[in-house]
Write a protein that binds this ligand. Sequence first.
Ligand code: SAH
Length: 264
Amino acid sequence: MNTPSLIQGRCTLVGAGPGDPELLTLKAVKAIQAATVLLVDDLVNDEILQWARPEARIVHVGKRGGCKSTPQSFIEKLMITAVREGETVVRLKGGDPFIFGRGGEEVEHLREAGIECGVINGITAGLAAVTALGVPLTHRDRAQGVVFVTGHAKTGAAARHEPTDWRALAATARDARLTLVIYMGVAGVDAIQQQLQDGGLPADTPVAVVQQASLPGQRQVTSTLANLATDLRAAGLGSPAVIVVGDVLRGMAAAQQDAARFGT
Ligand code: SAH
């Protein structure tokens, strides 16, 4: 009879939220406090490490500081080894672990190695971004739903699917009245803008870009689809940023008008 290998330690994927440490969940803080090994992704605010034990081993696995990011397979091997050595491993990921950022892949690979990983949600950047602008993601009069989409799909030989069909997405967003929240889209903004317009989203569709949502360095620019790339460049915004497209942003103008009217 095969004896299943004994897993001593444990592993949790923890959403570190968009940046503001106060947006962490209580569960996230408790997991950080309990960790003996922390693997910290790019875009995680280091301030949250204040809750880590002094003796915890902290490994930064992101691109910050100009270093090349650690290969995904190496990170997963590190996690598996640490768990087998009996460590309490916390993998800190920006935003929510299950919205981009490869959380799903990590959970699958650990499961294949016989390790069941816990997951603690975090506030995803797209949600923090619209909140920073004072508008919702959905609104009964303006958007019936929301699409979180990556502007940087896996490409080349490793890709199992065609890249995002922005034209189809534009038509659906227009007809079904959906807010588009585009992650990792700044580098490809010209093509995204063009294809969304080609797909039938009107040129005057409101657009906003929010960089470093929830952090002291937060910056944003509002525009229309037709002027998105030009206005983004003029404002000098770069990564990390999310692009929000849709009529929910019309609420921003209303909020500003109210503020002007009421002198607040
Ligand atoms: N799991 C993360 C997303 C990881 S992908 C989440 O749920 O938020 C990385 C992308 O997220 C960045 O390229 C950027 O588009 C976005 N992002 C992450 N943090 C951000 C922030 N504070 N402000 C704006 N965009 C952010």
